[in-house]
Design a protein around this ligand. Sequence first.
Ligand code: DQA
Length: 144
Amino acid sequence: MKILVINGPNLNKLGHRDQQVYGTKSFEQLLEKIHSFADVNDFEVVCKQSNYEGQIIDWLQESEIFDGVVLNAGAFTHYSYAIRDAIADTQVPVIEVHISNVHNREGFRHQSVLAPVTNGQITGLGFQSYTLACLAIKNIVEGD
Ligand code: DQA
């Protein structure tokens, strides 16, 4: 099983940006956590990050070689109909994740234009949001 993890804009700044909200751990530490979780749970993972909407859309369009996608689209979550359309056209499960709890933050973060076309949303559990999403994809693929 092979999972694609896509991180969107500003997530490469983890550890520097708004530590009260996102914590002090770096983006590299997030990647380490995801990779060691994949090793322990016996699946392959490919992690990509981009600050560009079009790049994220390209990766979603090419995602059929994976068994599922874990997507933190950052602020694009709240307004990108182009990413939404790309998810709607994706043939594999897509789980939306957020490090912070978007529902207890500013009003504009309460809405996800992506959520209606994803398999589910995991929000507010820190880096664990990603590992839980990987587990969810594994369960979906294995028919649990
Ligand atoms: C985020 C939440 C978004 O509202 C924000 O724009 C981000 C990060 C999160 O992981 O909590 O960039 O997706």
